[in-house]
Design a protein. Structure first.
Length: 301
């Protein structure tokens, strides 16, 4: 029994456990084909040193819990300790957030830090696993987004309509050109939201992204990739593991200065990377305050 679902054991033996515990095929009523999916979501962040970035992180986690209604686990790779983050985000349940101490010595190390998840054995028990940049505010309950991520066959990320793979260095144009590829009119994706159904199934693709970053910067110099993992991720997606931009793009929109004045579309996530770095915390804070007032007023109606 699984909730209201009753599964006849005799018709399902022997069990197909090739994809367990993440996916488990079943026969309902003895013959109707269906599949069970593990739903144990994990959101993780990377945030080092910079007071500005940490301010963004605290606001993002607050919105994740208060507006996004996220009830799963959170990992933060950072140089701050667990007590500090819990103090800065009072709504967080201490047992639901794990802080991993790592240090980045330059921009490459900071941006590529998200691939530390590959070395975190505890993260291999979750589905989905989603990386979020600290400059993201959640503007509605995003349970549906989490479910879409869990049942997807591919990793997901939001499209950047203005960034064509053929010309935009930020999404891997240089790597593709050096490899004699011709992506024509295809657009790249933003790696600030990266949805991974689960790590065991997609480890090879993630390892390949990390290896491309390591090898290319070793060969051509530490600063050879200005956008670091976003370039490598788009390159690997084009060559090897096509990243799905459909369902993620429907939930993610980009935030600008005027979002501090109006709610805009309640899509699910607002990524404030277009806002000047110095202004991001204040813009995010004002927008979060607007959101909280909106939902408080809606609850009172």
């Amino acid at each position: 029994m699984l909730g209201d679902i009753r599964i006849p054991i005799s018709y399902n033996l022997p069990f197909d456990t090739t994809k367990s515990p993440f996916r488990f095929p079943i026969l309902l009523d003895g013959w109707r084909i269906d599949e069970l999916y593990l739903f144990k979501p994990l959101i993780y962040y990377v945030a080092f040193g910079d007071v500005n970035v940490l301010a963004q992180l605290y606001l993002s986690i607050e919105s994740l819990l208060r507006v996004g209604k996220f009830a799963g686990d959170i990992i933060v790779y950072t140089d701050r300790d667990h007590a500090t983050i819990c103090k800065e985000v009072p709504c967080v349940i201490p047992n639901n957030i794990r802080v991993v101490d790592i240090r980045a010595h330059d921009w490459v190390g900071y941006v590529a830090g998200k691939y530390c998840i590959l070395d975190d054995q505890k993260a291999y028990d979750y589905q989905p696993v989603i990386y979020m940049d600290p400059d993201i505010i959640y503007n509605k309950n995003f349970q549906e987004f989490l479910i879409e991520s869990a049942v997807s066959d591919r990793m997901g990320a939001p499209i950047e309509h203005a960034s064509q793979l053929a010309t935009a260095v930020s999404v891997g144009a240089e790597l593709l050109q050096l490899d004699n590829e011709q992506p024509r009119f295809a657009c790249g994706f933003n790696a600030g939201t990266l949805c991974i159904p689960n790590l065991p199934a997609h480890r090879q693709s993630l390892e390949l992204i990390r290896r491309v970053i390591q090898n290319f910067t070793n060969i051509r110099g530490r600063g050879a990739l200005g956008w670091v993992d976003q370039e490598a991720a788009n390159y690997v997606s084009y060559k090897f593991a096509f990243v799905n931009t459909n369902y993620v793009s429907q939930c993610v929109r980009y935030g600008f200065e005027n979002d501090a004045e109006e709610l805009g579309a309640l899509s699910g996530l607002v990524h404030f990377w277009p806002v000047a770095r110095a202004n991001r915390p204040s813009t995010m804070k004002t927008y979060l305050d607007l959101l909280l007032r909106h939902y408080e007023q809606a609850a009172q109606r």
